[in-house]
Design a protein around this ligand. Structure first.
Ligand code: CUA
Length: 160
């Protein structure tokens, strides 16, 4: 088959880009530990405040260096709004929403999840270094009673 020289180069380049992306995906999973947050269970959004563990949101130590952070999202706040863990802690965030779709993201970490009413989102991260992080809602969660507050929906995670 007759193929123009430049066309052939372009095909090679296309395949090379695909291979590079594929390698990047494999590397991000294998090396950087990046993976999709999983939906582990479901919960009736209207019954969140009376359904364990969300009837008692907060931080719970589950092992020497492991914690569960149970967090409820609603317009426009997270409950609790502040968490403190020792450096080196592996924290599993267990998050759901009482109303609309929110987000749960901690900048400079792999924590980046959607919080969907009816679903329980779990994402785990180990905080090696002391410092302060914000967990922010990064899904636009709009208007309620003619007010907007998405931009003010965040909490604080202190690593001691
Ligand atoms: Cu909640 Cu944006």
């Amino acid at each position: 088959m007759q193929m123009d020289k430049y066309e052939r180069w372009f095909l090679y380049a296309t395949v090379a880009v695909l291979v590079a992306f594929f390698v990047a995906v494999i590397a991000s999973v294998g090396e950087a530990g990046i993976h999709l947050p999983t939906q582990v269970d479901s919960v009736d959004p209207t019954e969140v405040s009376s359904t364990p563990p969300f009837d008692n949101p907060g931080l719970f130590q589950t092992g020497d260096d492991t914690y569960d952070a149970v967090i409820v999202a609603q317009t426009w706040q997270f409950t609790p709004e502040e968490l403190t863990v020792p450096a080196g802690s592996e924290v599993t965030f267990i998050v759901t929403s009482r109303d609309v779709i929110h987000g749960f993201m901690i900048p400079d970490t792999v924590v980046n999840a959607m919080v969907i009413p009816g679903q329980i989102t779990e994402v785990t991260y180990t905080f090696e270094d002391p410092g302060e992080h914000k967990f922010i809602c990064h899904e636009y969660c709009g208007l309620a009673n003619d007010q907007i507050g998405h931009h003010s929906m965040f909490g604080r995670l202190v690593v001691e």
